[in-house]
Design a protein around this ligand. Sequence first.
Ligand code: PXG
Ligand code: PLP
Length: 440
Amino acid sequence: MSEPGSLEHYWMPFTDNRRFKAAPKMIVGARDMHYRLADGRQVLDGLATLWCVNAGHTRPKIVEAIRHQAGELDYAASFSTGHPLPFEVARRVTELAPEGLEHVFFTNSGSEAVDTALKIAGAYHRLRGEGTRTRFIGREKGYHGVNIAGLSVSGVPSNRKAFGNLLMGNVDHLRHTHDLNRRAFTRGCAAEGGAELADELEQRIIPLHDASNIAAVIVEPVAGAGGVLVPPQGYLQRLREICTRHGILLIFDEVICGFGRLGTPFASQYFGVTPDLITFAKGVTSGAVPLGGVIVARHIYDTFMDSPGGGVQFFHGYTYSGHPLACAAALGALDTYAEERLFDRPNQLAQVFEDGLHAFQGRPHVIDARNLGLIGAIELAPRAGAVGARGFEVFEKCWEKGVFVRPVGDNVAICPPLICEQKHLEQIFGTVSEVLRTVA
Ligand code: PXG
Ligand code: PLP
């Protein structure tokens, strides 16, 4: 047996386990914008941990809500019995959602939310007598979690590589929206090219498979884990038009964009495009307890409720769907967002954030900068034969200097809590800038 304190037994997710265990970056506490490390050092959280902690760390309302709930009702399920909290969270979430998205199915994560959304879409068509609609369309560089269905529509090659014959076959992918040749260093959304990109759906994908075989298109409004890719203007609008024209459901995966990241409750409102389903997770509890879900348009929910035969309308759910502690954390987070008007913060900080990122243009290795709301990245040229090595070195050196940013390949992603102030942004950019001077 190994000693207490051994790092051996925990298989860490998405991590070079050997590297971590040789030199652990161990976080033991957090408050507001900062982590506290075992040796007492503070590290500024430049990525809301994993694009989640929109209200900042250990915020009083969230902490208190969880504490109180743990002593009141630790767990009750939602399988034919219920408890009040998920009803209230669903009401609050739909209040924030675009018009017409009126019902919420809860999951424990974004991955589960995506698989749930795809199942809802497939079952919806079947209930309407269109059971041939079984194909799902994702996008290159898309990230939709790690479960089999979500991974199948995802487009991050490294995540898919080891799982070839496990992935679903009834999937196709749109081209991604990243174009360094035409759009490097674009501030916000590029003014042109969006509609043409989206037209691929109608000009290539639909003719190939036929609309009568396609259930849904799923995209992140702004791709996050694929490298922070901002769509050109008109792209999402055109996808919406084409889906509507062909009876295809449109799913926005707002696991990162949701809960204020772009200065609106959801990206849907930022872009003025309403999908049929929205997947969310992360920011709904500001990361404090795992919770995810799918917000569903009225017509979809009604199709299930009006289905003939009586009994259970949707044979799907997780043991912990609508867990009391997760719902309590969500109410605490939603109160915090409202009271502190945190969804306005990206608008207030937009210029500083954008200017800070684009100031990297012309610096060594930097080949692009992208931003929208409070999400952005600078892209570095990959080292020959070592894609991602430069990005990872920047991450590690920034950590040593007290700033946490995330390497996504050779992109350095920045996605701070919405409570951040100008001085925090300046520290992040200053540190990345300093580190870039030392990176070969
Ligand atoms: N959809 C999107 C758009 C996401 O960003 C998920 C689904 C899956 O959520 P869960 O809660 O199952 O992880 C995500 C999650 C990265 C990274 O490399 C990003 C995510 C998760 C893990 C790593 O930046 N996003
Ligand atoms: N595996 C077994 C043996 C189970 O009994 C269950 C749930 O009852 C699951 C998996 C699924 O777990 P969850 O509902 O937490 O996703």
